[in-house]
Design a protein around this ligand. Structure first.
Ligand SMILES: C[S@@+](CC[C@H](N)C(=O)[O-])C[C@H]1O[C@@H](n2cnc3c(N)ncnc32)[C@H](O)[C@@H]1O
Length: 493
């Protein structure tokens, strides 16, 4: 915005005084004699016309001193009504042709006419102006800021401006501490800066509805594409284990695609929302929710799924899955478009419970690698389900999608670091060439990447002896770890 139009500055303001922000700018307007010519003037004088915005229009109608209504086109601040040389040739011709005249015009601006940045920059100390906090996370009606300490004295004013300038926002919060590794539920403390203290939200992602309390569970709208990337790998009829499912952004879209999902999260609030979202999205029966610690979930669910798949009642009663139900209105449109009744209202399909999960999703980048221990011996005794009498593989081993933070660097180096962490978790050495794919999901700091490593479970881990109970397990991992001298040149990060 041109400096002529910037709001007045008050760097001593401590509570937001909206009435302070008023200003009258003296500019020139083109008075168009016949309102029918306004369009022509806008077209021909474009280089001289003030670039309007939603709140400050370039064309206005006003009542003159004789009480007559007239149409004005506001012109740029460097146009002088007394000096025709300050306008372009087209405007000059329209003046000569008596289509318009140049007149002085008072442009009155108030708080509502300026945006967040302009008001914030008018109240922040000069040294902070160039750094004005502008990045925020938006989840439904909530804006979450992550203010640096230097902005804390202004936090309530900044929150109030955000609220004023975004009609869809009802709540502005500030993250008080980083999520860090200590927050096992991946939540963070937040304080209310402005608006109502209501953190219950409804978010739509990939045609699924998610209801949750933003203050009590993990949610990141920036992961929407990543959720979809993984869900697209699943085939209808497969079984998938979502080990750290949160409120269900992998599980529920997958289930809508007829994938059977066992979804787990040990945060009681996430579990409760997951249950609710399963019902709301009508995928009950297709998604089974659990509230277990991740490695225990892995260990128990592998065997439970296998047992369930063989149980006579599951074999007799496959899971009935209804397809998407169109509303009456849409059904009518589809009928008129020549769709058959079967296309409009497809009959339910029946899913048989597969004996094994094809995929495990482990999206908790701070600690998921340590939960890999749940795979050690998880398939012990089930070898003949994977190998035939000649010891040839009968079916593919499950694919694990493990999320992990890692210092970003040359790919080979990053891969080795990630393999080191995976190997630590599995108690078995995984090499860079064992990774089927490594995706950099996003950067979470100048040098820190959020990765997803996809790899097949090694037979040596799946069919290993079942590890001893917890107290001795630490030793077991350490014993395995000490054998791998090859990664020792990589210092732990
Ligand atoms: C980063 S969030 C991801 C949630 C969800 N998958 C998503 O993409 O939005 C990690 C989730 O893992 C859960 N979690 C962390 N450690 C866990 C553990 N050891 N066992 C079970 N759940 C765990 C947290 O409660 C949290 O909901």
């Amino acid at each position: 915005m041109s400096r002529y139009f910037l709001p007045p500055v008050n760097r001593a303001m401590t509570t937001l005084d909206r009435s302070f922000f008023q200003k009258t700018v003296k500019i020139t307007a083109a008075h168009v004699f016949d309102p029918k010519n306004v369009g022509r003037v806008q077209k021909e004088c474009v280089e001289d016309i003030f670039k309007g915005s939603r709140s400050v229009k370039s064309v206005v109608s006003e009542v003159d001193s004789n009480g007559k209504r007239r149409m004005l086109v506001r012109l740029k601040p460097d146009v002088k009504h007394t000096d025709l040389s300050t306008v372009g040739e087209s405007t000059r011709n329209l003046v000569k042709g008596q289509i318009l005249e140049l007149i002085p015009h008072d442009l009155h601006l108030k708080y509502e006419n300026w945006g967040y940045n302009e008001i914030a920059e008018a109240i922040l100390p000069e040294e902070l102006v160039n750094d004005c906090p502008s990045s925020s996370t938006r989840v439904a009606h909530i804006v979450q800021l992550n203010l640096q300490n230097k902005f804390l004295p202004y936090k309530h004013m900044l929150g109030a401006i955000i609220l004023d300038k975004n009609p869809e926002v009802r709540t502005v919060v500030n993250k008080i501490e980083a999520v860090g590794t200590w927050s096992e539920f991946r939540t963070f403390p937040m304080e209310l800066l402005a608006g109502s203290p209501d953190t219950q939200v409804v978010v739509n992602e990939w045609n699924c509805e998610f209801h949750f309390d933003f203050a009590k569970v993990y949610w990141n709208s920036r992961l929407a594409n990543e959720h979809q990337r993984i869900v697209r790998m699943f085939e209808p009829g497969e079984a998938v284990a979502d080990v750290m499912a949160g409120v269900g952004p992998f599980a529920i879209p997958a289930a809508k695609n007829r994938v059977l999902v066992w979804a787990n999260d040990f945060n009681p609030d996430a579990f409760e929302s997951l249950q609710k979202n399963i019902m709301i999205n009508k995928v009950h029966g297709v998604v089974q929710p659990f509230k277990l610690e991740a490695s225990e979930f892995i260990r128990t669910s592998v065997r439970n799924l296998y047992r369930l798949s063989r149980s006579p009642s599951a074999i007799r009663n496959p899971i009935k899955v209804y397809s998407h139900q169109y509303s009456e209105g849409v059904q009518e449109i589809l009928r008129r478009a020549g769709k058959t009744e079967e296309e409009i209202n497809p009959p339910p399909v029946y899913l048989r419970i597969p004996p094994f999960f094809s995929h495990f999703v482990m999206n908790n980048p701070a600690t998921a690698a340590s939960s890999l221990e749940g795979f050690i011996g998880a398939y012990n005794g089930l070898e003949n389900q994977f190998f035939d009498a000649e010891n040839l593989p009968k079916r593919e081993f499950p694919l694990v999608h493990l999320y992990i933070f890692q210092k970003a660097g040359p790919m080979q180096y990053t891969k080795r670091h990630i393999c080191r962490e995976i190997s630590r978790g599995l108690g078995y050495k995984v090499r860079p060439e064992d990774l089927e794919h490594l995706e950099l999901v996003k950067m979470v700091g100048p040098e820190k990447g959020y990765y997803c490593a996809s790899f097949r479970l090694p037979a040596e881990v799946m069919f290993a002896d079942v590890p001893p109970p917890r107290e001795e397990k630490e030793d077991l991992n350490v014993r395995h770890w000490l054998k791998w001298s090859e990664y020792d040149d990589i210092p732990p990060q």
